[in-house]
Design a protein around this ligand. Structure first.
Ligand code: SF4
Length: 694
């Protein structure tokens, strides 16, 4: 709850850190907060940050009475202080803050205590019977903490199902939430880590419309341990979003299917994971073992933002592979990326003390395949050396010593991979030379191919801006062509030489009936893949097919809310959220693969959704939010009525100033939510004409 604040003594002028305003306080500061009144439990929340050399303790008194002290942690955090009994009769709180030390920053002669971002008072929501703390906003779902037990009256009206989002405190696993409707047991839910959607069938007696609506009682088996929220002394159970009643059996079944899938595949410590689960996350059932060396020397940290997770190495790095992995397969392929365009880097690999491979590197991912040398003892030591480092001038903002990027070691039995890797590398080198020379007739094959895996789409009628009919007419007799793994291999050298494949077409590739086999082919042949999807085809099978694969996935939603989504596509927003959350779970167990890019085309219908889209991206741990243009001249004269909204293509296109405002806002939100932004507004423009900064 936001209350008026009068800043009295001990404050410096308001500043801004680029994302939020704050004020430095000196050793002590006082203020008056208006608003709360009456008796009953309440909390003063102080959102603070310190930059002092050692952590200060912040003590607070309210209306002359000490309400506690916290030693501040690094970063910006909320600290709660109990003010049971509410404010004085007139409803004001006289608050005094004090720190046990101050410091001076270079070039600043002020005595600095801590940075105060917000002061607010939390009181229980009187609209609900019991057990809830105040609503909080800032995450994708608005939510409030419940303690060990809470009740809520759900809306009256028809509807067989009740749905809500919940998120346990990080690090607290395995809580059981029992749900009762009008005292009748409904479900015992094992809460999953992070935000998940839960969808319950209400007892028959509660399903029909009644004036009051059923009362749900939520009971936890245990609270989050106090140690998991040291700056907040309240009894905290779990964060719970709004409870919605609905009558969509398909939505209910989908949520239930993903819940069962998550319990089977995602819950940590399940020793009895099924083989399907192991396959889903890139395990041995795919015919190979990926090994991400942790016990290693000469490497920088793992980075997960590309199709292939990688670690930078300098001139030499070594890794020890457990013997049971090394002995299981005959070959090993190590992906190595060279940033050097003149192919002058050479990598040599020794295994078990013997030289196993020496390769000149093209400016791309190079797949270095060798026969696994004999393994003595309990591990195989692999030593990688590169002949030259990148010059420091090539990475001016990165002070590390950088040689090449190296991906997970893949142990397998496919002996043709050595030939494949050589062909791709030699073709990429030749292609680069021909491009540099300005050749117009090429002896090399393209390194990147566009494909159209599936010509049908599951959104019908089509998205409001989609020229579906025209596209299918243009495809003519080819609209129904089947492209699968055997078609692709039938391309011969064109397929063999290509490094990557891009599917961005009129159709939904995740509907491909042999998706797992097609992605398996790309995987086996060390091809990278870009897939654009509308997000409505996530199922346990498609999520399983994608997990652990070297795929850059582009999910086009263009909406941060169900309402906007219904204006552009249809009413399946909750299904999309359910699938994306499952994908996020799977990626966490599969080294961040596939890479997840969330596409947003700014237009008049969705500009107000930008912040909620960032919140969504943060919740599902997307790698990037991608801004993509709604193409001018678009579809002049096209007007579509959808979901109560009139989509007029000409009117939806934003002007240059409006787009610039979107880009500036995206930069701010990127910092606030920690979500990287990429822009595709410059596609095809010469570098000198690129104006969009994100
Ligand atoms: S998802 Fe893509 S292909 Fe399908 S209707 Fe929408 S824009 Fe067209």
């Amino acid at each position: 709850m936001t209350h008026g604040i009068a800043y009295l003594d001990g404050w410096y002028a308001e500043e801004h850190d680029g994302a939020q305003p704050f004020r430095w306080m000196a050793a002590a500061a006082s203020c008056r907060i208006g608003g709360p009144s009456g008796a009953g439990p309440a909390w003063l929340r102080v959102t603070a940050r310190h930059t002092a050399p050692s952590a200060p303790a912040l003590s607070v008194s309210v209306n002359g009475r000490s309400v506690g002290s916290h030693t501040l942690s690094p970063g910006t955090s909320p600290y709660l202080f109990p003010i049971d009994g509410g404010g004085p009769a007139e409803g004001n709180l006289d608050v005094t803050l004090a720190v046990d030390r101050t410091f001076r920053a270079p070039g600043d002669d002020r005595d600095l205590g801590v940075m105060i971002y917000a002061l607010d008072v939390l009181v229980p929501d009187p609209a609900d019977a019991e057990g809830w703390y105040e609503w909080e906003r800032g995450d994708y779902f608005p939510w409030r903490w419940m303690g060990i037990r809470a009740t809520v009256a759900i809306p009256p009206g028809r509807g067989r199902f009740a749905s809500f989002a919940a998120c346990p405190q990080p690090g607290v696993s395995g809580q059981i939430l029992s749900v009762l409707a009008d005292s009748a047991p409904v479900a015992d839910l094992r809460l999953l880590d992070g935000w998940h959607l839960y969808d319950l069938t209400l007892p028959a007696a509660s399903q029909s419309g009644s004036a009051a609506g059923p009362v749900l009682t939520l009971v936890l088996d245990r609270l989050a341990p106090a140690a998991s929220h040291p700056s907040d002394p309240r009894d905290l159970g779990v964060r719970v979003g709004e409870i919605e009643r609905h009558d969509d059996a398909r939505r209910h079944a989908r949520a239930q299917t993903f819940y069962d899938w998550a319990i089977e595949n995602v819950v940590p410590g399940r020793a009895d994971r099924s083989s399907a689960s192991r396959r889903a996350f890139g395990g041995a059932d795919r015919g190979h073992d990926d090994y991400l060396p942790e016990d290693a020397e000469g490497w920088h940290e793992w980075e997960l933002q590309d199709e292939i997770p990688f670690r930078w190495m300098g001139l030499e790095a070594r890794a020890r592979v457990p013997a049971d992995i090394a002995r299981r397969h005959r070959f090993c392929t190590i992906p190595v990326f060279s940033e050097v365009v003149d192919a002058s880097q050479v990598v040599t690999i020794h295994g078990g003390g013997l030289p196993v491979v020496e390769l000149g590197l093209a400016h791309c991912w190079n797949f270095c395949t060798f026969a696994v040398p004999p393994v003595d003892g309990d591990q195989l030591t692999l030593v990688l050396r590169v002949n030259r480092l990148l010059p420091a001038s090539a990475h001016p903002e990165d002070a590390r010593t950088l040689g090449v990027r190296v991906g997970p070691f893949r142990f397998h039995d496919w002996d043709e991979r050595g030939r494949d890797g050589r062909l791709m590398r030699e073709n990429a080198e030749l292609n680069q030379r021909e491009m540099n020379a300005g050749a117009t007739v090429l002896a090399s094959f393209p390194t990147k191919l566009g494909i159209d895996l599936h010509a049908r789409c599951n959104i019908s009628p089509a998205c409001v801006y989609c020229p579906w009919d025209e596209a299918k007419q243009a495809e003519g007799d080819d609209a129904g062509a089947v492209i699968d793994d055997s078609t692709l291999e039938g391309y011969g050298a064109l397929f063999d030489a290509a490094l990557s494949f891009v599917n961005c077409s009129f159709g939904e590739p995740l509907l491909h009936p042999r998706l797992d086999e097609v992605l398996g082919l790309f995987d086996r042949r060390d091809k990278l893949v870009e897939l654009s999807t509308n997000g409505q085809a996530f199922t346990p099978a498609t999520v399983g097919a994608l997990a652990g694969r070297r795929v850059a996935l582009y999910v086009s939603l263009d909406s941060g809310t169900g309402e906007t989504y219904s204006h552009l596509r249809n009413d399946r927003w909750t299904d999309v959220l359910t699938g994306l959350i499952a994908l996020s779970d799977a990626r966490r167990l599969a080294h961040g693969q596939p890479r997840l890019n969330m596409v947003f085309m700014p237009m008049r219908a969705n500009v107000s959704d930008l912040e909620s889209y960032f919140r969504l991206c943060r919740m599902i741990e997307a790698d990037a939010l991608v801004l993509r243009p709604l193409l001018p001249p678009g579809r002049p004269g096209v007007v579509v009525e959808r979901g109560g909204y009139r989509f007029d293509y000409d009117r939806e296109l934003l002007g240059r100033d409006e787009l610039d405002a979107v880009f500036r806002r995206s930069e701010e939100l990127s910092r606030t939510y920690g979500v990287a932004v990429a822009s595709q507004f410059d596609f095809g423009l010469p570098r000198s004409e690129r104006t969009v900064r994100t």
